[in-house]
Design a protein around this ligand. Sequence first.
Ligand code: C2E
Ligand code: CA
Ligand code: CA
Length: 523
Amino acid sequence: MNPLNSSRQHRVSHLVAAAAVAVLPMLLVGPVVVWQAQRAETRETQGEVRQTVAQLDALMDENLRVADRLLPLSGLKCASVARSLREQVAVTPSVRSTGLTRDGAMYCSSVSGADYQPLVLRSFAGGLLELMPGNRLTPDVPMLLLHRQRPDGYGALVTMDARYLQMALGVNNKDGPSCLQIGKEWLGPNLRTGQGRPPCLGPFSFHQASSRYPYTVAASLRLPSAYQVLWEEQSALTLLLIALGLAAGSGVYWLLGRPSSPVDELRRALAEDEFEPFLQPVVKPGQTAWAGAEVLMRWRHPREGLIRPDLFIPRAEESGLIVPMTRQMMRKVAQGLAREKLPPGFHLGFNISTAHFRDCDLYQECAEFLAAFPPGALSLTVELTERELLQVTPDIENLFQRLDKLGVKIALDDFGTGHSSLVYLQKLAVDGLKIDQSFVARIGTDSLSGHIVDSVVELAAKLGLETVAEGVETQAQYDYLTRLGVGWLQGYLIAKPMPLKAFVQGLRDSQRPSPPPLASPTA
Ligand code: C2E
Ligand code: CA
Ligand code: CA
């Protein structure tokens, strides 16, 4: 699997998880807030309608009292009671007219005196109330008829101006006027009357019947939409939820992206292509032209900056990640150098961990690396460190022989610091030794180190091995090693490890004729 692809997939899945967490507060709290707001709205409307019913009941009570006061007069001659009828109209504001009835017909009225007007008593809801669109005198003003009848067939009639009803219906409900329904008839906004479904009802409605009179008040219920609740009414809470969601989402994204262990962090860095080859030149004694280089890995960490290999290579070796990391190094170096004109016999060393020698692909990787260059353009060396123990099995011996046949050279790195050097020398087709910088550093300071360096060079000469001295920092070390006949020199005195591009430039510069002499081989 391509690590870059897998990292992209990881990032996408982390983003999806973070987005899911980010919308969670809104998804969880949003519906509750909307539900609460709608419930509050419903309760408010219910309260308003109850208030309307209470007001209408009070009006009905007033009119009923008038009817009850007139009821004993029913049956008397109209001329003797007409004045009382008019008096009741005068003292009760909501009463428009009064009348006395006999066997379902009005025989005496406060408006026209002795007059005979039949009533359709069965259309009175509950035998008590009827809504009338208007009458001869005021055809546009509906009225409410309230009829009380005695058991002997005599009765009293009170009519109420619908404008009083309208007032009670209109004032309470902030979502619009309510409607009054009596029997089949309704009284709606603007004194409109009709039969069937009242016009003031929207998709949601609320009905409340009076417990004392045969009528119902219906009100439309305008439930606020989720947008209205969350954005217009509760914008502060909504913004808080969004902010909380974003904070939680970013936190999750950060947590998911954060490597859970140093090895995970290495794996992430590998996928993010953060490892970079630095090259440190190697020269032959007395020459300034760079004759080769050692590839040294650096980690360009996005936060920590450039990280030294000794801080991460041990972990990479333990986890086996060193194998793909080295493979990546080889590819990058091949890409950077393949088109360069390299000096003849140019020599390039890679540090190869023991785990990599046990990996079956090393041979193939070396072959691919060499194939990137014209045949013979460069000599590839794999440096085997003494720090880790490599069990020399028949497979390993076989690998070294095959590498040898491929033209790959083997150098023992940090020679003299470990204890397996002699085993390696005996069993593996080793081509060279790298004298550890700890011995080089003490040249001239104590005689023992000087002797070790002398002995290593002597041993190498006897075994026909090449020698590279590492960590050459001073002219005295350079001169000493040169006198001793060391084959190659590497160290800060010549150049520090540098990025590939800088190395390519330095290599070109070092090949130019007559550069200033770096050191005299005989000095
Ligand atoms: P090494 O293979 O012995 O590499 C030589 C180390 O000495 C390098 O350290 C280099 O920068 C340093 N050096 C070179 N000249 C001088 C000098 O004049 N003075 C001093 N004081 N130091 C000098 P670096 O680059 O920090 O690497 C440390 C070690 O990490 C290497 O030691 C090698 O064992 C390991 N390493 C580096 N790159 C890789 C890699 O790609 N794969 C593996 N497996 N190990 C690597
Ligand atoms: Ca090395
Ligand atoms: Ca070394």
